[in-house]
Write a protein that binds this ligand. Structure first.
Ligand SMILES: Cc1cc2nc3c(=O)[nH]c(=O)nc-3n(C[C@H](O)[C@H](O)[C@H](O)COP(=O)(O)OP(=O)(O)OC[C@H]3O[C@@H](n4cnc5c(N)ncnc54)[C@H](O)[C@@H]3O)c2cc1C
Length: 336
């Protein structure tokens, strides 16, 4: 059986490669020959190329995008150009395009699929090559079922959930002689949107990224106000955790929308998720139910979040969280 090229999108934030990249490469290796593509402005591109080359990848397409571009348009143009280069007039050459599952990547995937008339499969949790066809295990209906999905023509564009495929232990740490092809793209003239103004709204405050942090503290409407939401942020800082939120907390203005966990927010799979004042609506659970351990703090003993919690604390967040923080500080003091 001949293996095809699999285009692997190397996502990054401000010049740092996304940790999901290793898993995407391992997934690509299961179904074909990985060809990475990274798109960035000149400011970050060389550095990102070096980061990609530390992974076991034989071929990399590095695309320079216009400086200061805030929209997804140029990254989409870069991805499309890299795909077209691989296809080179014969769509059969490419087995799949793999991206991670963040909001931006899902948008990129959808747009690329429409542009090149390819099938789109999101929420992938595994994949295999069966009789030459890419078959994807896809999590559907809020994670209640896993189904086998494929496309009925051409190659699929697939968004893979984090940690779905472990980094391939059999592949070399690095590949000596990764072939790097540099490309530029013209500023897309068919852009249907332009940036009129920008405002800083990503509030990480030195905390880990939500979609890769091992510990996430999620705050909900039960916290009642933006000021009280600070309780969740304090607990996160004490535990070195990321902050997440329910949509109700986001809609109420307690925190930034980039922190939303759930169906229309981020899908996360941390080692530990602590839900504070979150009822556990299905749309929220979709985003966090694959956490290895779940702790819920809620005044309502019948809140659905307790159905999936490993440890449930029926109590007032404003009493329980300060007690928890005190206990953590005591423990840190005792061990230092
Ligand atoms: C199409 C669609 C998409 C959606 N996408 C998402 C999504 O991506 N993410 C998401 O989260 N939601 C999403 N929602 C909304 C979702 O249905 C729920 O409305 C939302 O998750 C509820 O948020 P919450 O649990 O914070 O609020 P609530 O349901 O109001 O729950 C608040 C909880 O706090 C508890 N509480 C109150 N006071 C305290 C206290 N002092 N201490 C401890 N606990 C307390 C209450 O008992 C209650 O259980 C979506 C809805 C739709 C229709």
């Amino acid at each position: 059986m001949s293996y095809k090229d699999v285009l692997v999108h190397a996502d990054h934030a401000e010049g740092t490669l996304h940790p999901d990249f290793s898993g995407l490469l391992a997934a690509a290796r299961k179904i074909g020959r990985p060809v990475a593509v990274v798109a960035a402005s000149a400011e970050h591109l060389d550095n990102l190329v070096e980061q990609v080359k530390r992974h076991p990848v034989e071929s990399l397409c590095a695309v320079e995008t216009p400086a200061g571009e805030q929209l997804i348009t140029s990254e989409l143009a870069a991805l499309t150009a890299a795909l077209d280069r691989l296809v080179d007039g014969d769509a059969e050459k490419v087995g799949a395009v793999l991206l991670s599952s963040g909001i931006k990547c899902r948008e990129l995937a959808g747009r690329l699929a429409v542009r090149r008339n390819m099938g789109l499969i999101i929420d992938a949790v595994g994949l295999d090559l069966v009789d030459g066809a890419v078959i994807v295990q896809q999590s559907v209906l809020g994670g209640q079922y896993s189904v086998a999905s494929g496309v009925n023509h051409g190659a699929p564009v697939i968004c893979l959930r984090p940690d779905s495929v472990s980094a391939d232990v059999n592949s070399p740490e690095t590949v000596v002689g990764c072939m790097v092809t540099r490309m530029g793209i013209a500023v897309p003239s068919d852009a249907d949107a332009v940036v009129l103004s920008t405002s800083e709204h990503r509030v990480l405050d030195g905390r880990p990224e939500l979609n890769s942090a091992p510990i996430v503290i999620g705050g909900g409407r039960g916290l009642n106000s933006a000021e009280n939401f600070g309780l969740v942020q304090d607990l996160a800082d004490l535990m070195g955790a990321a902050v997440g939120a329910s949509r109700a907390a986001v809609d109420a203005g307690f925190c930034d929308r980039s922190l939303q966990v759930g169906e229309t927010g981020q899908i996360i799979e941390p080692e530990l998720y602590i839900a504070v004042g979150i009822s556990g609506a299905i749309q929220h659970r979709v985003g966090m139910q694959n956490a290895k351990k779940i702790i819920a703090i809620n005044t309502d003993a019948n809140a659905p979040i307790f159905d999936i919690a490993d440890l449930g604390i029926v109590g007032d967040a404003f009493t329980v969280v300060p007690q928890l923080m005190e206990a953590l500080r005591d423990r840190a003091g005792a061990t230092s």
